[in-house]
Design a protein around this ligand. Structure first.
Ligand code: ZN
Length: 426
């Protein structure tokens, strides 16, 4: 257990550096780093870490290697080509365990900006809340992991094991950034990812699939509508049929211990739809984008096959769709879920750090959204701790993160690093 003088010095160092940490967080939010536009924020992170003395590496994603892996997200033209950035701290001598701290810099689109209270990329503070797209998910966590390391330095302490700071992209669409770090051989004794998890530890997490369904009909004038297959009407029918898969998978929740008590762990989201050309023509085409979750232990390929078979069987029963079956393309997440079983030493140390930082015991929970932790848990096979600040409206309007919570989790992370890696005096 960490010496109380050391814990005190680290807590004070986080406090002393907190204004700088918030300024850095705001700098990150100002980059509108939606998918494919993360290059400049990744550059900014590269420089911020280089200035601190980390050994820097930067690499691109390799499509062939990613697509050959069972958990590789499927490529589409929108796939980002921004680099992955890693800063490595190496101790003079090692007497603790190594650690990866990981965050993503990609953010989801803002939607109509007039639905926001403030400009989504102009961070604003009101009371305890910091507003901005990506502030909670997860630039506050990103700045917190770097600041936690800074706090150790300010307290005159150096981690006694290797620490890698990984800044990745594609977390919101494929998870390929995290996967690429694994494919490049990066690993450690544990990983900590400070996603906005309400100051709790993620115990279990779903996998995610993305796919697009495209329908084609025969364009005719509306007066001959009976003869033309209406692709948009067809899309409604396919969506209704997909809800049966969602229902079936939700009914399966009792087979999955961490999901039993959740009311609706499997969500099918129809996230985007387009089709047709003209108000008085029967639409000849329609395509829509779907996202669905799967339980840990279910392979993405098996879930994908089930969806394909379901759609094919449904199309055979439908007068129009049987002639022109819907085309399904997997075009993003193709990931399995994970469970971080209790009992790891990493969790014990995080629980203690959390208790010291917040005065509360560390709770754990199951989340129904994708997390990069799956790469480290499933493929690196290391303890994977997803733990971060309190937030509201991530992926929605007025996304915001609690500033006091960011302060607490930064202290907890810094204490965790000190105890997991061990420390020596600078
Ligand atoms: Zn996130």
């Amino acid at each position: 257990m960490l010496d109380s003088h050391i814990a005190q010095a680290i807590t004070q160092a986080v406090e002393d550096g907190f204004d700088r940490q918030m300024a850095f967080t705001k700098d990150l939010i100002r980059f509108p780093s939606i998918r494919g536009q993360e290059h400049s924020v990744q550059d900014f992170v590269y420089q911020a870490l280089e200035k601190r003395g980390y050994a820097m590496t930067r690499f691109s994603m390799e499509r062939d290697a990613i697509e050959a892996h069972e958990g590789g997200g499927k490529y589409s033209p929108e796939h980002s080509d921004a680099p992955i950035v890693i800063g490595t701290y190496s101790p003079r001598e090692t007497h603790g365990k190594s650690l990866i701290l990981q965050s993503h810099t990609d953010v989801v689109p803002t939607g109509p900006s007039d639905m926001w209270r403030f400009d989504p990329f102009d961070p604003q503070i009101d009371g305890d809340w910091l507003y901005g797209r990506g502030g909670a998910d997860m630039k506050a966590g990103h700045a917190a992991m770097i600041s936690a390391m800074d706090a150790l330095t300010s307290a005159g302490l150096a981690p006694a094991a290797r620490v890698e700071i990984q800044s990745v992209v594609e977390e919101e669409s494929t998870g390929n950034g995290a996967l690429m770090t694994f494919l490049k051989g990066h690993t450690a004794d544990a990983v900590l990812i400070p996603e906005p998890e309400e100051e709790m530890l993620v115990r279990a997490n779903v996998g995610t699939l993305w796919f697009e369904i495209e329908l084609r009909g025969t364009p005719v004038h509306v007066r001959e509508m009976g003869e033309g297959a209406n692709a948009i009407d067809g899309a409604y029918r396919v969506i209704k049929s997909l809800r049966e898969v969602e229902k079936r998978w939700n009914e399966d929740r009792h087979k999955h211990p961490h999901f039993r008590t959740l009311e609706h762990p499997i969500n099918l989201n129809i996230g985007k739809i387009e089709g047709g050309d003209w108000g008085s023509s029967v639409p000849a085409w329609c395509k829509f984008q779907c996202r669905i979750a799967i339980y840990p232990g279910i392979k993405a390929a098996d879930a994908a096959a089930e969806i394909e078979n379901h759609i094919a069987a449904f199309a055979k029963t439908d007068r129009y769709l049987s002639d022109t079956p819907p085309k399904i393309t997997f075009n993003g997440f193709y990931s399995e879920g994970y469970v971080q079983e209790p009992g790891s030493e990493a969790e014990t140390i995080l629980s203690h750090a959390h208790q010291v930082a917040t005065g509360e015991p560390l709770n754990s929970f199951t989340t129904p959204g994708y997390l990069d932790c799956r790469v480290y848990r499933l493929y690196n096979d290391i303890p994977s701790l997803c733990y971060g600040p309190i937030s509201e409206n991530i992926h929605g309007f007025d996304e915001r993160v609690s500033i006091s919570s960011v302060r607490r989790i930064t202290v907890a992370m810094a204490l965790f690093i000190a105890e997991w890696c061990g420390t020596s005096n600078i």
